[in-house]
Design a protein around this ligand. Structure first.
Ligand code: SF4
Length: 350
């Protein structure tokens, strides 16, 4: 039976609207990815449970914002709201105190360092690095991730020297998106230069592409994929814009088939990388269909998979594995297969 016919028999997709042409294309292209393991990560930042997979219920990888809720860019898709759930740590001593407390009380395994950016989409972390370095020295098991924002080689080396393990940033492939959505006067080349600078370090690089970032339209995604194909980043995290973070009426929800096409392009252009679907994407049936496309397109992992994803893995013949991790940084390990980071709600240019 063809995939499109099989999808109709899966209960979770009873009211789903799949693009038959795209599914057929994925089925043809899918021969190569059938034996690729698909990892279903169930991070623990929020309560999670689908009828097919369960959450493990611990919280050991929090995010800290060094600007609390402040951000000078106020991008249209975010308006600094991504910072709201983060733990504020505006002084290095706050970070130090809170991390040590969480290690004692909650078995902290690592953390994400983040914050709002300045008008140039940079975050001034330098004064926090001595604390990061000391924490890493005292607790070598800690895995430390950072939202790099835009940086240069000197900035990347500073992060590396402080002991940061994973560097995360959003890659934007269209000047219009940088100008209009980010209110930022910098070229696409600066994003590529940041990737190059980060790749000159030993940190794991976790680039994100936000599909539909241009007000819900597909615009710079393929260029962003091409940028990444020119650098050795090992992994890519794809997320889908969530219009409910933006002012009502400014962002459309991207069509699931358009999202699925980017998945297929990502798989084609980055055949040897880990390509993952991160946590951020619209909920409901949109998410079920999106996740099904992710499995059919051959992506390597899905965070918080929706109901139906396991059934689609079965349909495609792909083996799957459920990873109970706070994010898909596999804590305490450091191998090529887990040089991945997709933190809950973490996609941010900052
Ligand atoms: S995406 Fe990052 S830079 Fe843009 S408003 Fe949100 S926190 Fe600020």
């Amino acid at each position: 039976m063809s995939w499109i016919d099989t999808l109709e028999t899966i209960e979770e997709f009873e009211d789903a609207d799949f693009d038959a042409g795209l599914v057929a294309e994925m089925e043809r292209a899918g021969l190569a990815s059938r034996q690729r393991l698909v990892r279903f990560s169930t991070p623990t930042f929020k309560e999670y449970e689908s009828s097919e997979l369960q959450s493990c219920g611990k919280n050991s990888f929090p995010a800290f914002s060094i600007t609390a809720g402040g951000c000078a860019l106020m991008c249209d898709h975010c308006e600094a709201r991504i910072l709201e759930p983060m733990i504020p740590a505006v002084k290095p001593e706050h970070l130090d105190r809170k991390v040590r407390h969480l290690i004692e009380t909650e078995n902290l395994q690592g953390f994400l360092l983040s914050g709002g950016s300045n008008k140039r989409n940079e975050i001034r972390y330098s004064r926090f690095y001595p604390v990061v370095e000391k924490l890493k020295r005292d607790f070598p098991h800690l895995r430390i991730a950072i939202h790099t924002a835009l940086t240069d080689e000197a900035g990347a080396k500073e992060m590396e020297a402080a002991g940061v393990d994973v560097a995360m940033l959003d890659i934007i492939g269209a000047e219009e998106t940088i100008r209009d959505v980010y209110h930022l006067d910098r070229p696409v080349d600066d994003f590529e230069a940041t990737v190059a600078a980060l790749c000159s370090t030993s940190m794991q690089i976790s680039p994100h592409i936000v599909i539909g970032l241009h007000y819900g339209r597909i615009l710079g995604e393929e260029n962003a994929l091409d940028i990444l194909s020119r650098h050795d980043t090992k992994a890519l995290v794809l997320v889908v814009i969530m219009p409910f973070y933006a002012k009502p009426g400014t962002f459309a929800t991207p069509d699931t088939a358009e999202v699925g096409r980017i998945f297929l392009e990502a798989r084609r252009r980055l055949p040897d990388r880990q390509v993952l679907l991160g946590c951020a994407r619209p909920p409901g049936m949109h998410k079920r269909v999106t996740d099904a496309y992710a499995v059919m397109a051959g992506l390597d992992g899905i965070a918080f998979p929706a109901d139906g994803a396991v059934a689609v893995a079965g349909m495609t013949g792909r083996p799957f594995h459920q990873a109970h991790a706070c994010c898909s940084i596999k804590l305490g390990e450091n191998t090529a297969s887990n040089s991945i980071a997709t933190l809950a709600g973490s996609s941010c240019a900052a």
